[in-house]
Design a protein around this ligand. Structure first.
Ligand code: NI
Length: 392
């Protein structure tokens, strides 16, 4: 098991992290990022495949003995945000920033790759590092899976982490079951019959129907979902009309739906459709719903969760394990978990003393760099324990 070895890498990991932090690239534009990752891993003796899922890559290492194939996934994209941290290694790219800490994930995965390369002769199986592009668009995992990344490498189990600024550095938050929500999209069109605003009796007003519909949609969560389950329906855009005195023909709404339990997710489309169609019909309009299933919830199974638990104990101790409060944010890591068992967990990077308190996607987002060695060590041990655990 790895313990001191990961902390011995602290300086190298800090330098790597700062290099990636200084040079963020947006989703599906991670060319330089991928090139640096590729060079680093080739140096370590990994078998690298570039251009997987457009700008992603995989790197594989095999031990002398055959055995289970374990994957470690890290997302690599930055965000279109102007950095305001004032750090000496702040982004040098105007309007771009690693504001979700995917530079942390790259660094932890590279650190784990170095630790595992040092144990190559003793590995009882293979490890595939998956560097995924475009997580922020919910599209990178989809692309990689479509290209057969799991089948090509025969992956048996997959692991990944996300930094978390609300969890103190030194802690790692881990749980079985749902951790992050399913993310779905709704597009709604309410069609009436446009005309003069002063003569509404000759028209069919989709604006008034929309007003009712918005309020009725909010009764789904409060009246139709079991209070012990959870769901969110948020409308983000309303578009309709051209002038103050013209009743328009139609109004268009878009929104996001978040759920955890599969039975809630599977039933909420029908509940939304009922409200959309019937509210519109009551007011003589036509309501149409397009429900788009984007990404499933992150749900951790017991076996891979237990493996990460032992890895955390090996690197830090039992007390380092924190119980996370699930987030209604989404993560496309869940698409890998739909195909193979896996566990996703949160690495604490918060520290109020250095201002590492700002949430993901904030221009002031900052982390405590001491988390890097812990993340690398936990990922490396996770792969080692998984190979041991899954061998038949
Ligand atoms: Ni993120």
């Amino acid at each position: 098991m790895i313990r001191e070895e990961c902390f011995a890498l602290s300086d190298e990991l800090r330098n790597l992290f700062r290099e990636f932090h200084r040079n963020p690239e947006l989703s599906f534009e991670e060319f330089e990022t991928a090139r640096k990752i590729s060079l680093y891993l080739q140096d370590l003796g990994y078998n690298v495949t570039e251009g997987v899922g457009r700008t992603g890559l995989t790197a594989r290492i095999e031990g002398n003995q055959s055995g289970p194939n374990i994957a470690i996934r890290a997302d690599i994209d930055g965000l279109p945000i102007q950095e305001e941290t004032g750090l000496s290694y702040a982004s040098s790219a105007d309007g771009k920033m690693h504001a979700c800490g995917h530079d942390v994930h790259i660094t932890c995965a590279l650190g784990a790759a170095r630790l595992l390369a040092g144990l190559k002769d003793n590995l009882k199986g293979s490890v595939t590092m998956i560097f995924q592009p475009a997580e922020e668009l919910n599209r990178g995992a989809k692309e990689m899976i479509k290209e057969g990344v799991l089948e090509t490498n025969g992956i048996d189990m997959i692991f990944g982490l996300h930094n978390h600024p609300e969890i103190p550095v030194g802690k790692v938050a881990l749980k079985e079951g749902p951790l992050m929500a399913a993310v779905d999209r709704i597009d709604i069109t309410i069609t009436g019959k446009g005309g003069h605003g002063g003569l509404p009796h000759r028209d069919i007003d989709p604006i008034v129907a929309t007003a009712s519909m918005i309020m009725n949609l909010q009764t789904i969560v409060s009246r139709n979902i079991n209070p012990l389950d959870s769901a969110v329906i948020s409308l983000g855009t309303i578009h309709g009309g051209t002038r103050n005195n013209i009743i328009p023909d139609k109004v268009e709404l878009t929104g996001t739906v978040r759920t955890f339990a599969p039975e809630v997710r599977n039933s909420i489309e029908e509940k939304i459709r009922r409200v959309v169609e019937n509210t519109a019909a009551t007011l003589q309009c036509k309501g149409e719903l397009t429900y788009i299933y984007e990404i499933p919830p992150v749900i951790n199974q017991a076996l891979p969760k237990g493996i990460v638990e032992r890895a955390i104990e090996a690197v830090v101790d039992k007390e380092a394990i924190a119980e996370p409060t699930p987030s209604t944010g989404g993560e496309d890591f869940s698409l890998f978990q739909e195909k193979v068992p896996g566990c996703f967990f949160w690495l604490g990077v918060g520290n109020p003393e250095i201002g590492a308190v700002h949430p993901w996607h904030s221009p002031k987002f900052k982390i405590d760099e001491r988390a890097l060695a812990i993340g690398a060590g936990v990922l490396a041990n996770t792969a080692l324990i998984a190979m041991e655990e899954l061998k038949d």
